[in-house]
Design a binder for this molecule. Sequence first.
Ligand code: FAD
Length: 393
Amino acid sequence: MSVFNRADQDLPEKEYDFLVVGAGLLGVLCAWHLRRCAPGRSLLLMDQGGLPSEEGATHLSPAVHHHFFAAAGRRQAAAEWGETLRGLAEAGDAEARSAWRPLGYWSNAPEDLALVNDEIFERRTFADLCASHPNAALLFSHPPDAPFALDPRGGYAHSEAVAYYFALATVRAGADLCLNSRAAFDGPAGLRLERLSVNRRMEVFVERRSRVRGRRIVVAAGAWGAGMIEHQLGEAIPGAGRCYQQFPRIGRDPALLQGAEGDLLDLPVVRDGDFVLRPHRDGALLVPPWPPPDPEGYAPTGGRFLGVPVGLRRELLARLAARMDDFPALSWPTLNLGKTPAALRGAWDAFPASGFPEWHRAGDHPVWWLAGGPQGFALGPACAQSLAEHLAL
Ligand SMILES: Cc1cc2nc3c(=O)[nH]c(=O)nc-3n(C[C@H](O)[C@H](O)[C@H](O)COP(=O)(O)OP(=O)(O)OC[C@H]3O[C@@H](n4cnc5c(N)ncnc54)[C@H](O)[C@@H]3O)c2cc1C
């Protein structure tokens, strides 16, 4: 096992059984499962940034986890991943223990309410939510008998901590790891690696180069993966797009109660129509619905909310304005919509054709694309596992 993460180190230059491009959640989990399924075969996991990269979706993902999927197979996949998260929180080291918050997931979305007959969901009302979490009465306005469905095993994770934990486990299990190195195809069975560094003027430059060969290459490069395969190998991934997702934050508000854990807002994860609200330190994150995949060349552009320039994508502002009556916090001064897109946290992610995590082979090449999208945290790990099991055969 070797770790190539310092500027003064040589880069790997050999043939591996598996090359995994991208050390976000999906690349890391695919690599981890490959080590488990094929321990005798060599593997290099690499990323253009750190672990995980600040550029990737995993770094910023609010990582909401639930089981409200109409297909039983997806519910099962989410349940297995939830068990893994629970195990991490109970048995892992300090970082892993903080990686999972099983707060429950309440939803009034019709498709989730329709699943209440399933044994894992419970029928509740808005009054029940307010009784257990008084902050809900301030944040949402619904009649007391408004129906809610509760997924008691839902919650949210610290997706970076989870990815970091599995990356270390992968290295401990014998994989090589190469960070701060950008990969590009060098023919269909090899990659050119460029070690990126920063000079005194904070300009990124290429410090070293090398070539590695791989019998099987997994491209888990998030929003960049499909373009990498299409532009460098000439193979299109059917229906693959990408999307820029953002999340406004409701800051600390004196009216809101803090939870028992000191600085954490006392609230479970709540889906209200097409928005999800998740505690975040002493405030909350508002996760808007995902817009459709962005057109080629799209750059995030803010709009005007109540006449003021903000950083939230214009596509999402109209939805926000339409929800102001049943979402009082949308008019609180603590709502942070940023002044520009750069001032509001957000990230690019791949958007697979189905809207759920997918993997595909790139034509006849020994190259596989793996991507998450809107449900990438909840269902991506199962998809990464299925690809690893397929490749290990
Ligand atoms: C804002 C946002 C909110 C989300 N919320 C949720 C949620 O609540 N629930 C849920 O289930 N899912 C959610 N998701 C989705 C989920 O978080 C992602 O699908 C998942 O984290 C994606 O992981 P990934 O490994 O595929 O991609 P990434 O984390 O983007 O990782 C890709 C990696 O590839 C690297 N890379 C790219 N190109 C190269 C190259 N040429 N050479 C080397 N490295 C390269 C990047 O540096 C990056 O680290 C959200 C996503 C976003 C963006």
